[in-house]
Design a protein around this ligand. Structure first.
Ligand code: BTN
Length: 250
């Protein structure tokens, strides 16, 4: 079934966030649409059924399937002071939105991938711009909601899954999106300490040995947590290091 904006709006329980929504039957990337449409709006959500040139992190492509993926971007303007933990906030919000509805065993992989049984089911790409004293965030999220086994096989992508495959039930994408907006609205009011606490409670590799790819280097170490900026704290060969970017391989 096609994404139903009226159903989404009926489910939406926020004061403001998420009410300004644009649905597009197809587009190159919802992140591009947010940059085109945000202008004087404080926030905007763009959802599409058919994303032709989806972007992932680290210059990768992102594959969305018509009627089976939730593909959207949230554009939001924030004061600089409360914006540093947006990557963590976004991952907690999508984690909660999925977990509340599906009761599925998921975890966050630093910085903001959502995995179920070690397979990726959702990814987040955050772009940002500074505008006078405001930060504009473009939070693009792709969730593999109702992909079946054949979709996974024909995607040729390693270590991915979908919500419906893991719980053997089809899920309404409108409910995940409306719940995500409510979670975001609440988390935007939380203080940094609380956000870090919530993120750590959902992280799947805290105090675990990990393989970390940083530029062309591979580091084997212990993931010790995150600092006040959300950067990864990794201990390797008795040496504690902080990383703002990189990829964890579990
Ligand atoms: C990742 O690499 O894990 C991030 C993937 C982000 C994909 C989403 S889908 C909606 C939005 N539009 C894009 O072009 N990318 C993001």
């Amino acid at each position: 079934m096609q994404f139903d904006t009226s159903k989404y709006l009926r489910c939406l329980k926020t004061k403001n966030l998420g009410k300004n929504i644009i649905y597009l039957n197809q587009t190159s990337s919802t992140n591009d649409e947010v940059w085109n449409h945000l202008k004087n709006n404080n926030h905007i959500v763009v959802v599409t059924e058919n994303q032709k040139k989806g972007r992932g992190r680290r210059n990768s492509n992102w594959l969305s399937l018509r009627e089976k993926s939730l593909t959207f971007s949230l554009g939001i303007q924030l004061n600089k002071s409360n914006s540093s933990l947006i990557p963590l906030i976004s991952s907690i919000a999508i984690y909660n939105a999925i977990n509340d509805i599906c009761k599925i065993n998921i975890g966050i992989k630093w910085p903001n991938d959502i995995l179920c049984n070690d397979k990726k089911i959702a990814g987040i790409l955050i772009e940002s711009k500074l505008k006078k004293s405001k930060m504009i965030f473009n939070i693009g999220i792709g969730v593999n909601v109702n992909w079946d086994k054949n979709d996974i096989i024909s995607s040729n992508l390693p270590n991915i899954s979908s919500i419906s495959l893991e719980i053997e039930e089809k899920i309404m994408r409108e409910i995940i999106l409306s719940n995500f907006m409510l979670q975001m609205e609440n988390l935007l009011l939380a203080n940094n300490e609380e956000i870090i606490h919530q993120w750590l409670a959902r992280c799947m590799h805290i105090n675990k040995n990990i393989k970390f790819h940083y530029n062309n280097e591979i580091i084997h170490g212990l993931f010790m947590g995150i600092d006040s900026n959300g950067f990864a704290k990794i201990e390797s060969k008795n040496n504690k290091q902080i990383f703002s970017s990189g990829v964890i391989e579990l």
